[in-house]
Each structure stands twice: as C-alpha cells, then as structure tokens.
Design a protein around this ligand. Sequence first.
Ligand code: URA
Length: 248
Amino acid sequence: MAAVLRFYADIGVDAVVGETALDHFNAPAPITPVRENVTPLLRPQSLPTLQQGAPANDLADITTLADLRAALEAFDGCALKATATRLVFADGNPAAKVMLVGEAPGGDEDRQGLPFVGRAGQLLDLMLAAIGLDRTKVYITNVIAWRPPGNRTPTPAEIQSCLPFVTRHIELINPDVMVCLGNVSVQTLLKTREGITRARGQWFDYPLPGRNLPALAMLHPAFLLRSPAFKRQAWADLQALRAVLVKP
Ligand code: URA
C-alpha cells in the first residue's frame, strides 16, 4: 500500500477528490429527468455570485501584511486553494533589505505553511549563508501562495489570479533589492520572455510607486538540485547580489 501511495505521489496524484473510486469508463450514462413546461425557480441572473475574495484593484487599500494575508485567506479566485493543504504566505524578516520571490510551494511547504523549507529551501539557505545572509536578513515569498498538485508549473490563469497579491506584497515590503528565483518568478514579475538560463544574472528595474526597485534574476535552487553544473552561474549571481548589498 505504501509503495502504491508513493507511486501515486511521484506521478502527481496527491489530492483526494472523493471517498470512493469511480470508474468513469464503466459508469452508466447519467439519467437526466425530462421535465417539460417547468419554470426554473432561479433564473441565471438571480444566482448568487461566487465569493471571489478581494478583487485585484481593491488591494491598494491593504496596508499591512496581516491584512494582505487575511485577503489571501479569503480569496477563492485561484483553484489551487482547493487542492492545497494550506496557504504559504512568507517567511523571514519583513524589514529586510532583500526580498526573494520563488514560484509556488512544494509538498514540504504545503505541510509546514512556510516557503522554501524542503530540499530546495535547504539549498537556498546554504546559498544565502555563502554571502552572509540568513532568514533574519531576508524576506521570502512566492508568486503563488498554494501548492500546485504534484508540484506542476502553475498555469498562466493561476499566475494571473495571484499576481495582484504578490505585487502588493512587494509594495508592502518595499525592499532595497529583489531576487526572482526561477522562470515563473522572473517572467511574471520582470516581464521578460527570456528563459531563465539567459535571464539569470541580469538586473531589471521593477516599477514600484515612485521608484524602480533593482531586481536580479537568479536560477531556482530546485533547478540547481537537478542541474548542479549550473551552480557556477548561481555563485556568480550571488556575488553580484552581495556586491550590491555591501555598496555604501
Ligand atoms: N519552490 C518554490 O518556488 N517555492 C517554495 O516555497 C518551495 C519550492
């Protein structure tokens, strides 16, 4: 049984959608009762609208991290919320100069409710330590606050639904420097179509109200776990980050 569950988890089947299994290939065709001349009790326009939580442009009214978190908790506009165990909001020091933005929580993050606590997170901690940083000196969040099932890449629709929240998150933290980790974060926040292996090491201007925030594109630690040959480039990017941080 454990081996079967592990197999399911490995292929991305990790969310329970019902108590009993249903064989859709053998299921009888649903019987639709034919009822003529029946006036619908509810016309479509009188159906209650789905609670979508705070729409994007209302977020300007949110001025604290606690309120932003509460708005995300109340938001039902991203389908990933239904399969995730919990919201993964952020970790680290909200007053830090450096803000790191990853892609989306994985399994360990989904269980613990904190970003970058699994294997990729442990590598990230080592990378930060190499330039004298730790979680008391950085602030960490993700573009997406809920784990995609099986750790798949979030869809463009999922990314767009969460974008107003991460945008407001960056504005509230108002860091000196931002680091975007991996393709999703780089392409979403830095508005580039370049792939991460080309974009990495480049500095971008991220527009904040009233100023441009320097933002560095970096390889994602999960990518470095799969492709350790790229650690040399990651090291160069860390040095570039350190150089900016020690500049008087
Ligand atoms: N990968 C991410 O992008 N974010 C996490 O929090 C964990 C893994």
